[in-house]
Design a protein around this ligand. Structure first.
Ligand code: TYM
Length: 327
């Protein structure tokens, strides 16, 4: 199976990114052919400071390596090292009805929050579809917020194949895990743009403080509590051992335990998860040449695949390029 996914370098990565996506990405490298990329063209829709974008890209690469992405097993590259994706995005735009993009909920959500949209933000799903289709990916492991984009990708692959009368592009499927929507400290979906994240690599004290600030309801200490409606428990369920989860669930239901205690347990479990990668990360920070080498070597391999697919796409759609074109 060919697995593909991307993460935007639009800020520090958080537990939602890790539990919903990166964790699956890293696990899948053991059995599948994996293509993971840093979506720097996408991040340009929100990050418009060149130095900041460069540093976020480097940070995302280091984060993946620190959590155990093995460049011998999986590719980790910059989206921009495969410039053909922008060409494919254009070609897809010619077979995609505007109505499809009008229905994108993440776009509508941003506009509803007062962001004045650029054309890049509007066309975002076209580029995302190109990212997926250009490698003839089978599965796309993501959090739930990205599923609609993958469904749009399926539609676009169908439109292209129908329009040009050939099965050139492959229909991908989304892949979710048990952390489809990881809640943030305010109980909404954890998201950089909501300011409710618990970051992967803040200093331990900051992480603890963030966890202690998670919003809970006002059930009195002695009363039984509902684990299913509590963000602290939802996060604990995703990072503690099954025995620990069961034990905390019993304490919730029995009453007599305050949310403060549950938060302390969550902070301990989070430190167990984040401590070892934090140490690896510190080492990787001191080796920028290695990180660059991983990105550029992977980028070349990914591009070789993309070029083959693009040759078929151009052929099917009548785009001819000069043999000696510098591409
Ligand atoms: P991005 O950068 O917003 O998020 C990266 C991944 O993290 C997942 N995620 C979450 N999962 C569960 N709960 C949460 N609270 C949470 N927050 C984030 C996202 O679902 C995603 O899997 N459009 C993509 C980047 C992209 C891409 C692609 C992904 C560009 N091209 C092609 C897959 C295939 C995005 O903005 O992800």
């Amino acid at each position: 199976m060919r697995i593909l996914s991307g993460v935007q370098p639009s800020g520090r990565l958080h537990l939602g990114n890790y539990l919903g996506a990166m964790k699956q990405h890293i696990a899948l490298q053991e059995e599948h052919e994996c293509f993971y990329f840093i979506a720097n063209y996408h991040a340009m829709t929100t990050v418009q400071d060149a130095d900041l974008l460069r540093s976020h890209i480097r940070d995302v690469a280091i984060d993946y390596l620190a959590f155990g992405l093995d460049p011998q097993k999986a590719l980790l590259f910059r989206q921009s090292d495969v410039p053909e994706v922008t060409e494919l995005a254009w070609i897809l735009s010619t077979v995609t009805g505007k109505g499809l993009l009008d229905r994108a909920t993440s776009y509508k959500d941003r506009v509803a929050r007062g962001i004045s949209p650029s054309m890049g933000l509007y066309s975002y799903p076209l580029l995302m579809a190109a990212d997926i289709l250009i490698y003839r990916s089978d599965l796309v492991p993501v959090g739930k917020d990205q599923v609609q984009h993958i469904e749009m990708t399926q539609d676009m692959a169908g439109h292209f194949n129908n329009t040009h009368g050939r099965d050139v592009l492959k229909r991908p499927e989304p892949k979710l895990n048990d952390a489809m929507i990881v809640p943030g400290v305010d109980g909404q979906k954890m998201s950089k743009s909501y300011g409710n994240t618990i970051n992967l690599f803040d200093p331990p004290k900051t992480t603890r403080k963030r966890i202690m600030s998670i919003k809970t309801d006002s059930t009195p200490l002695e009363a039984p509590k509902d684990p299913d409606s509590c963000s602290v428990f939802a996060l604990y369920r995703l990072i503690a051992t099954p025995e620990e989860v069961e034990a905390l669930e019993e304490r919730y239901r029995a009453g007599g335990m305050g949310y403060g205690d549950a938060k302390k347990l969550l902070a301990e479990a989070a430190e167990r998860l984040l401590g070892p990668p934090r140490e690896r990360r510190a080492k990787l920070e001191g080796d920028p040449d290695y990180v660059e080498d991983v990105l550029s070597t992977s980028g070349k391999k990914a591009r070789a695949v993309a070029r083959e697919v693009m040759a078929d796409v151009r052929d099917a759609s009548g785009i001819v390029i000069s043999k000696d074109r510098d591409s």
